[in-house]
Design a protein around this ligand. Structure first.
Ligand SMILES: [Zn+2]
Length: 338
């Protein structure tokens, strides 16, 4: 039903390289890494028998976030192109260098790919990946979903997020985040350098997904992400079927920097982080989130909640370095559902 992976320069990629009703696995060549190996992006194209819109999905923008990778692969395997009116284009691993290293950032430049968009064709590997993705893959999308997770060091309450904007694209983003089907939907103020900001520049409706993390890919979490992607295909009309139209908890926060998870509650010291809270637990301002210990057992610091709310993100990798976020507290009422 599909060819073996075909290699071609990313600038030569067009949806029509995959005939209607077929699936293709492609390796799109972006550049050459400093060691001479190709910098390539694997792309899975499932083109429906009938014409229609295109859903673009990416995984592993951060190399230690695995749930979305497997969900994209599984969905691609399961799609029946005879039933599709439109296309699914999945990029299971966008950040190959980071995935190879099993770390958040790639080892060549140690840049966070989710901070360098729109990138540059002349920069290091992360800059080139960002540039190639926004120039050659984003434009084919009618809707784009970027699948993230807590990664090796964190657990996060799963959510669908989007950047607030007061126009039809903003409405579309909210509807797509709800349609993905997770309990928590979170609209926040725009942040630069992201895949979502590159999509915004091109007026491509875009959402991001956060899945559990802890360096794992639990089968239930993968299945929920795969289901969410198929809901997006239903929202677009690529697949027949219904999709969620209401979230259990929808929060919109247009304050500056809302949605930036990696700045909250930085550890004042390197050491061993011992959490005192669990994911999604209600906490009061001032309540200990955890402590940082010296190897000899001395408590170096107690990190207290800066505000009341629920624990959206908590560090699960015990070794912590000064400045690392240990938790993010989302300001929601303790009685909020879920
Ligand atoms: Zn991520």
């Amino acid at each position: 039903m599909w060819s073996l992976a075909e290699r071609l320069p990313i600038a030569d990629f067009h949806l029509h390289r995959c005939p209607p009703g077929l699936k293709r696995r492609l390796h799109l060549l972006v550049s050459t890494l400093p060691d001479g190996q190709p910098l390539a992006v694997p792309v899975l194209v499932a083109r429906g028998r009938r014409p229609g819109p295109t859903l673009l999905a990416t995984g592993a923008v951060h190399g230690d976030e695995y749930e979305g990778v497997i969900a994209i692969q599984d969905l691609f395997d399961e799609l029946n192109t005879e039933e599709m009116a439109g296309s699914f284009v999945g990029v299971p691993v966008l950040n190959g260098p980071a995935f190879a290293a099993a770390t958040r950032e790639g080892a060549w430049d140690h840049l966070n790919l989710a901070r360098v968009f729109p990138g540059s064709p002349d920069g290091g590997p992360s800059q080139r990946l960002a540039h190639a993705f926004q120039a050659h893959l984003l434009p084919i999308a009618d809707l784009y979903a970027d699948l993230h997770a807590g990664g090796n060091a964190y657990a996060i309450q799963e959510l669908a997020g989007y950047m607030l904007r007061p126009d039809a694209v903003g409405e579309r983003q909210r509807a797509a985040a709800v349609a993905f089907g997770l309990d928590l939907v979170w609209g926040t103020s725009p942040l630069p350098g992201r895949t979502l900001s590159a999509a915004a520049d091109r007026n491509v409706p875009a959402i991001y997904i956060e899945l559990r993390g802890e360096g794992r890919a639990r089968p239930a979490d993968v299945a929920r992400a795969r289901w969410g992607l198929s809901n997006l295909l239903a929202l677009l009309g690529v697949l027949q079927g219904d999709y969620p139209r209401e979230a259990r908890l929808l929060i919109e926060d247009d304050s500056a920097g809302s949605g930036h998870l990696q700045l909250d509650h930085p550890s004042p010291s390197s050491g061993l982080f011992v959490p005192a809270v669990e994911l999604w637990q209600p906490v009061a301002a001032g309540q200990p989130l955890g402590s940082v210990r010296h190897p000899d057992g001395t408590t170096l610091a107690v990190v207290r909640a800066a505000r009341s709310g629920r624990v959206l993100l908590v560090r699960t990798q015990p070794r912590v370095f000064a400045g690392d976020t240990v938790a993010f507290v989302l300001a929601v009422p303790a009685e909020a559902g879920m």
